[in-house]
Design a protein around this ligand. Structure first.
Ligand code: ADP
Length: 445
């Protein structure tokens, strides 16, 4: 540019000088002087233009360096004219940009260090399902396969993992799953969350050790319960025999009765512990068949009709629905047993227990309701934990083991169903359970 301006001015200067030389041969001196003045002006203009062009060239050079990402570039003009002011504004803008970029980089480094120090494996994928980033734990997990910008399936092929990541990315919601084929013999808990610009980030937690310890604990409980069965039956049997033998001593009778009652309580506890261990472990095979909701309700009511009548409690079926639910009849009978038994034990003062079933889309909602003292809200979230009792003394007195609702919860989960409690103090309790309908099966039946 400098050359172009310079050459243009040089050409103009030469032209004017040529005209001045020609004018020299004419009688009028004033034309010559005028042309000389113009030539000098052009000379000065040329000099100024060269200087300006050099400064503009500096700015262009600076812009080129910024465009290539070099934030060290500076124009460093001293002048205070317009070009000088533009230059110092540009310098200040670059300094600010440099500071912001450094800050962003430091935040990114901190985040990376944090994610790399995690024991859990983390992987981020873009909207095109290509790997964008992995942390070191994931690299260790799949060392030869974790390549950036490659399709996710090339890194991890587990279908449950892929499903969770796709759901998070496509439906923009947190999705969880359990993946067991990422590495042989290892189980991972997968939580995938959507990323703001599309795609998803997934965290994989190795549950192998936790599961192994859980299994050891369950096996231990199951073994202890199993081992206790025989001696307890024997204690129960002998105490009953001695009581039946008609011992006269009042104290002896009383003690024998206490022994019998406690042995039978322990026996119930070991049976419940065994059931819970079996259901919780997933080892129990449920025989899921289409069952009519009305039948389940009828069986539950029938089983408790006598004991309800004996306590002066009205037991009735309020609603029912047609169709079928997918259920293991025996297992659901046990859930109803626990619920109605509890209603009789803790809600008897209400004088009435109501059972029912209502269709709710793809599920049927069953309920067992009593009108007793109810349960205050702080206990409700913990009711289904093992050994959780609202009133320990009351539960012990009535022969409760504190495991009934925990067993019910696991049975319902195994059915892809839910169970929860609704209650208000002094207004009774309602236990609700849902079971999926058995449309396809019922059509074939
Ligand atoms: P338990 O063997 O003690 O009955 P559950 O697991 O069946 O154990 O129930 C846990 C606790 O929940 C009970 O101890 C009782 O305090 C409370 N509970 C259960 N059902 C009812 C109910 N219908 N009304 C009031 N409290 C209840």
């Amino acid at each position: 540019m400098r050359q172009r301006i310079f050459f243009k001015l040089l050409a103009a200067f030469s032209l004017v000088m040529a005209a001045a030389v020609v004018a020299l041969f004419f009688p009028s001196r004033s034309v010559f002087l005028l042309l000389l003045a113009v030539a000098i002006a052009l000379l000065i203009a040329g000099f100024v233009s060269v200087l300006t062009a050099r400064r503009l060239r500096n700015i262009m050079h600076f812009a080129d360096r910024i465009a290539t990402g070099d934030l060290e570039a500076q124009i460093a003009e001293n002048s205070t004219d317009e070009i000088g002011q533009v230059s110092s504004s540009l310098d200040a803008a670059v300094r600010r940009l440099k500071r912001d970029v450094a800050q962003l980089k430091s935040t990114k480094d901190q985040l990376e260090t944090l994610l790399n120090s995690m024991e859990d494996a983390v992987i981020a994928v873009g909207p095109d399902d290509r790997v964008q980033w992995v942390n070191e734990s994931l690299d260790r997990l799949v060392p030869q396969r974790a390549r950036l910008d490659s399709p996710l399936e090339e890194t991890i092929r587990d279908p449950d993992f892929l499903q969770a990541v796709h759901t998070a990315g496509k439906q923009s919601k947190v999705s969880t799953s359990r993946a067991s084929s990422i590495l042989p013999g290892r189980i991972f808990d997968v939580t995938a969350a959507p990323l703001p610009g599309g795609g998803a980030v997934a965290v994989l937690r190795d549950l192998t050790e936790t599961e192994r310890m859980e299994k050891t604990r369950r096996d231990f409980i199951a073994n202890v319960s199993h081992e206790l069965r025989t001696p307890l039956t024997s204690i129960q049997g002998y105490s009953e025999t001695l009581l039946d033998g008609g011992t006269e001593n009042g104290h002896t009778r009383e003690f024998l009765d206490i022994i019998r009652k406690n042995a039978s309580r322990m026996s119930r506890l070991t049976e419940d512990l065994l059931t819970l261990a079996r259901v919780e472990s997933g080892e129990h095979q449920f025989d899921i068949q289409p069952v009519a909701p009305a039948e389940l309700l009828r069986e539950a009511a029938q089983h408790f009709r006598e004991s309800a009548r004996a306590q002066g409690i009205e037991l009735q079926i309020q609603d029912s629905t047609s169709g079928f639910v997918a259920a293991d009849r025996e297992a659901i009978r046990q859930v109803f047993s626990n619920l109605v038994d509890n209603a009789l034990k803790y809600g008897a003062s209400g004088g009435k227990i109501v059972l029912g079933a209502r269709a709710q889309g793809e599920t049927v909602e069953f309920y067992v309701e009593d009108f007793g003292p109810g349960i205050s809200s702080e206990h409700i979230p913990r009711l289904f934990e093992r050994f959780y009792r609202v009133d320990k003394a009351r539960s012990g007195e009535s022969g409760g083991t504190g495991l009934g609702l925990a067993i019910a919860k696991h049975i319902m989960f195994a059915h892809n169903g839910l169970i929860w409690a609704e209650s208000e103090l002094n207004h009774g309790s309602r236990f609700i359970l849902t079971l999926p309908t058995a449309q396809e099966i019922s059509e074939k039946v």
